[in-house]
Design a protein around this ligand. Sequence first.
Ligand SMILES: C[S@@+](CC[C@H](N)C(=O)[O-])C[C@H]1O[C@@H](n2cnc3c(N)ncnc32)[C@H](O)[C@@H]1O
Length: 293
Amino acid sequence: MTFGFFCRSAARQLFSASHTTVDPKEVKKFQLLAHKWWDEQGEYSPLHSMNDIRVPFIRDTLLNLSSDHQLGSPLSGIKILDVGCGGGLLSEPLGRLGASVTGIDPLEDNIRTAEQHKSFDPDLDKRIQYKSCSLEEIAEESTETFDVIVASEVVEHVADLETFISCCYQVLKPEGSLFITTLSKTQLSYVLGIVVAEKIMGIVPDGTHDWEKFITPEELERLLESNGFLVKAVNGMLYNPFSGSWSWIESTSINYALHAMKSKAQEQSSSREPISEAEEEQHPARANTSTTV
Ligand SMILES: C[S@@+](CC[C@H](N)C(=O)[O-])C[C@H]1O[C@@H](n2cnc3c(N)ncnc32)[C@H](O)[C@@H]1O
């Protein structure tokens, strides 16, 4: 029995046994702000500026994996599923790079905002489609459909991370890429991510995050590798609340970005790509780090 077959039948059993990745309490947190996604100075300002590093990270990783790019439209021909797309802050730049993007979110009001904003740019209309649904609904209707999945600042809100990862495996094509950004589960992430960001500085609304749902890169890596993925890169990210900007850092103890690929069944989990010093200098986002406090 192949891993893929096992995963599909296991996934079907999980869905029918009422396992859901959606935690209604978590989704409710986004309801009140569903019309605020595109306010660059508002509550989602850190997600706007995160595009400055996450979009190049996704773009350059994908370009490094393929030799065939179209000038000006480097991601053309690539089918991306943006899970937990919110108002489309990440779907839009990926669509502008030429990708064909499906953005999904369990909250209908988020999808309404994303649809409305997309309509301001007719070029995006044919490249992006939005749907209000869960990942498991997509997995029920499609197998090996997407080249890439992005789940940016989402896994810390899901109800059942194992089902979430298993659905990602199912809907990705073989050797497809999964990009995750999230918060690590450390004392430092509690102090900076919750006490400072939510309670003292109000950078994000109070109550947005539940520290219990955070996950260290090591734990996420174990979960991904036991579900048929190979983790290729883990990079620390740091938000500067004074400049409102993000940068790559070595430590993954607060925020981090991860790239994993759906492995072929026989591949070993130890096959992370080594990167050369020259490549690391040119492209720090590809560096493999996994430091925690
Ligand atoms: C912090 S926002 C990130 C939005 C977007 N990915 C971005 O970075 O701009 C988290 C989003 O995840 C969605 N969400 C919450 N639980 C989810 C789940 N189980 N599956 C998919 N999306 C979920 C929320 O509705 C919300 O839009």
